[in-house]
Design a protein around this ligand. Structure first.
Ligand code: SF4
Length: 461
């Protein structure tokens, strides 16, 4: 599998026009601003974050115990629990359950785990039609694209894009860009399919070991319809989603939606505690690299993630390049630290797609040291020669120069003189230096800061 070319993917988004980047940046920053207001309204916000982090660290370090407890209690409630070691097993189990019930049409609500397992194409290749019930996911399904954000999957698309897409796919007026009308049109188009579906699949935000129940948080109520209308409900749940007790849940519910969108809670926080009469409920507890990640000293805490998307909303690089630039299920800062655990070579460029400003770590409700892990992934990529030769040499040269003050001063002098003498066709050559494509070098002063400082310091004395 080739390496994801983040730079090329980002350029594709940026070069469309000015509107997409501006809107994208504005909408995400809006979510970040609302998050700040919501957080500042909770005096014990920082204690909640500390508590959430401690609960996650405890459950992750006792995961074998809690997995067993959860499965035993879920089975007592009549839920059938299956274990999948990887994506292939997850998909095979889902297909086996669906085909044994002769399912031809499936509705599903948003699940990053099912995205991660590439479940939809797998089922469709085997004759099962799959319909996304979340509006953003449905837009992405019709666009034949992966989600670009874990909470707002189609945030990189404008209303005009959606109007055009719906006109092509469901016959709406391409000039009608009113969001409410577009929403209504999709509801009218999809609702009959909800009613006729043979089975429903959801994810699970939290699974409670002491009760064997699980919780799904949505804003559209689509997970509830997905789970309640058809006679068969299958939930795909990553093993890291298990919490020890019901009383832990309140901590996360208070943090999740405030961090994601700045709202006090998701519109629907639905608790599933067993099949309805005459129906079946299954859970596929899936590992898919999680236990291997748990063994990674520097990176295991990424498993604490509750998928709120706050790190994406605040990231200056994500906001300007869009989630599709990352070429992976998980994008933004959390994607940078998770994706290489699936395939370090394919995602080796991702850790360099960051300003390392640290804003992601500042907003993360479960205190994941995201910026630090991004830096550690850079080191890993350099050590394992996953970074191309010229960049490796450039870093090596920079390391030697920055570690030697005399050499640094000499190079500084030469570079300074060169910038002042050489024509812009060389100093800002867009072919030699892609950095210059979107930027102009500012006019350089005749005097360096060091020269100015030495001179003025002397004058002061
Ligand atoms: S890493 Fe933290 S901020 Fe980012 S999605 Fe996960 S929980 Fe939210």
């Amino acid at each position: 599998m080739g390496k994801v070319n983040v730079e090329k993917n980002a350029a594709k988004f940026i070069n469309q026009d000015d509107i997409h980047v501006t809107e994208h940046d504005k909408n995400l920053w809006n979510a970040r601003t609302k998050r700040d207001i919501a957080a500042s309204n909770i005096p014990e916000w920082e204690q909640l974050r500390d508590l959430a982090s401690a609960i996650k660290e405890h459950s992750l370090t006792h995961l074998d115990h809690y997995i067993e407890q959860f499965a035993t209690n879920a089975e007592k409630r009549g839920i059938k629990v299956h274990f999948a070691k990887d994506a292939a097993e997850h998909n095979a189990i889902a297909y086996e359950i669906l085909s044994s019930h002769n399912v031809k049409s499936l509705i599903k609500s948003k699940s990053m785990l099912q995205e991660e397992c590439e479940m939809t194409p797998y089922l469709e290749q085997r004759g099962i039609s799959v319909l996304e019930t979340d509006l953003g996911e449905r837009i992405q399904q019709l666009s034949d694209q992966m989600p670009s954000h874990i909470v707002m999957p189609a945030i990189h698309q404008t209303k005009e894009d959606v109007a055009k897409l719906f006109a092509e796919k469901i016959g709406t007026d391409p000039n009608n860009t009113d969001a409410a009308s577009l929403n209504e049109a999709m509801r009218n188009n999809a609702r009959p399919k909800f009613l006729a579906a043979d089975a429903g699949m959801t994810g699970g935000n939290f699974a409670i070991a002491e009760t064997g129940t699980f919780v799904v948080c949505t804003n559209e109520g689509n997970a509830d319809l997905t789970a309640s209308l058809p006679p068969l409900h299958i939930a795909s749940i990553g093993i890291e989603k298990i919490l020890p007790k019901v009383e832990d849940l309140g901590v996360f519910i208070r943090l999740l939606s405030r961090s994601a969108l700045g709202t006090p809670a998701t519109q629907y926080t639905s608790h599933f505690s067993g099949p309805r009469e005459g129906s079946e409920m299954h859970i596929i507890l899936t590992d898919n690299g999680r236990s291997a990640r748990l063994a990674l000293d520097k990176f295991w805490t990424s498993l604490k993630c509750i998928r709120c998307g706050a790190c994406m909303n605040t990231c200056p690089v994500y906001r300007r390049s869009s989630g599709l630039a990352y070429g992976a299920t998980y994008s933004g800062p959390i994607g940078i630290i998770i994706d290489p655990t699936f395939d370090a070579s394919k995602y080796s460029e991702l850790p360099f797609h960051s300003s390392l400003c640290g804003s992601c770590s500042e907003v993360c409700p479960v205190h994941i040291n995201i910026a630090e892990q991004i830096m550690d992934w850079r080191k890993e990529m350099m050590k394992n020669k996953e970074v191309d030769f010229s960049r490796r040499m450039a870093f090596k040269a920079a390391g030697i120069m920055l570690g030697n003050p005399k050499l640094f001063r000499a190079v500084e002098k030469v570079a300074y003189n060169a910038i002042n003498i050489l024509p812009k066709s060389i100093t800002e050559n867009k072919t030699l230096d892609p950095w210059a494509i979107h930027r102009d070098l500012p006019d350089v002063k005749k005097e360096t800061f060091r020269q100015w400082y030495i001179k003025n310091k002397k004058n002061e004395q």
